[in-house]
Ligand binder design. Sequence first.
Ligand code: FAS
Ligand code: PHB
Length: 389
Amino acid sequence: MKTQVAIIGAGPAGLLLGHLLKAEGIDCVVVERQTPDYVLSRIRAGVLEQITVSLLERLGLDGRLKAEGLVEHGFNLADGERLIRIDCMGLTGKSVVVYGQTEITRDLMDAAPSRGLEVIYGAEDVALHGVESDAPAITFRKNGAERRIEARFIAGCDGFHGPSRKAIPASAAREYERVYPFGWLGILADVPPCHEELIYANHERGFALASMRSHTRSRYYIDVPLTERVEDWSDERLWDELAVRLGPDAAANITRGPALEKSIAPLRSYVFEPMRHGSLLLCGDAAHIVPPTGAKGLNLAASDVHYAAEALRGYFTRADNDGIADYSAKALARVWKCERFSWSLTKLMHRFPDDGPFERAMQVAELDYIASSVAAQTSIAENYVGLPV
Ligand code: FAS
Ligand code: PHB
């Protein structure tokens, strides 16, 4: 089989890139290890920046997003005594949209057949070949049969654990990583949110986040030591802890209900450079991971895909190779700014095991400063709604 771009991974990055390329008449195929149901079962991001919304608008795939997404003009930081509201709309003129990653993936998945985007699910042992040549290929097994796809480019959209990054020789790569000493225990429940906007809380017992998926479905998180197991946390124990950490005002509005999903996600900051090697471009979690504190993971995947689609469009429609040559530097410039924001907000809102009184005093002072400074709030707001692409 021959195509112009072989895409590995049918998460948001791979599906979004596939649709953008098809819309430009560029031939591509998406190859995914899991089944559609498995991909949709993963509960992840919830907050969309304008770049993500605009890509779905451009594809005409924003119907459900517009109907069901919650436009949020601000969010809140809680320090155990008060809510500090960050007025994103007032400070930046922009908002965010609360709409689950699962729903975006579903919209992209459902539209693929009618738009001629081929997605091959259940592909086993995907391997990359000849990424340093102009004629790379991927091989895989499907229903026991060996398959090979030859392409001009490979887009590695296969997440943190996929094979694409590993196809770049260590001698050409640089990695940066920080693993955090805690994970996020998340619960999804069909209960109304406790507040109309997100609340990120730094309580003496630890971090909590009150988020949502709709007016009737909520998503909450607390940070837990890496030794914790999800079976150690009954729904009741988790609702009790959320009520304490989010503070009495939010707690008074918490509606409890059975978990539809409950899981612990590890947190890390990670960047892999370069994001292009020969004919291989990396997009999304295949190249970088952020702690979810800044709600950047999914949105960075979207900006990578925006840059990659522009570069590939230039190559295939104008024989312009500059976009391909500039892709890595351009994508990494935004990646690093988002890594900084996600790391700094994680540092501000979590209690680290090695923190002493001084580190706690710095957090109190920074939250105090944010509460009293329009400049500080504007900086947070412009990062949260999404830096320019
Ligand atoms: P994805 O990981 O979503 O997709 C990669 C795809 O490649 C998967 O479907 C996978 O099955 C496939 N794949 C992997 N190996 C393969 C192989 N060998 N062959 C073929 N296919 C292969 N971000 C936020 O903004 N907020 C959050 O709250 C949040 N929570 C998260 C919780 C968890 C547990 C994780 C892991 C991530 C979370 N993220 C969050 C980040 C997340 O939303 C990612 O940024 C987003 O999924 C990135 O999308 P992709 O780059 O498409 O990677
Ligand atoms: C979510 O709703 O899952 C969510 C929202 C904001 C974050 C992280 C996760 O920063």
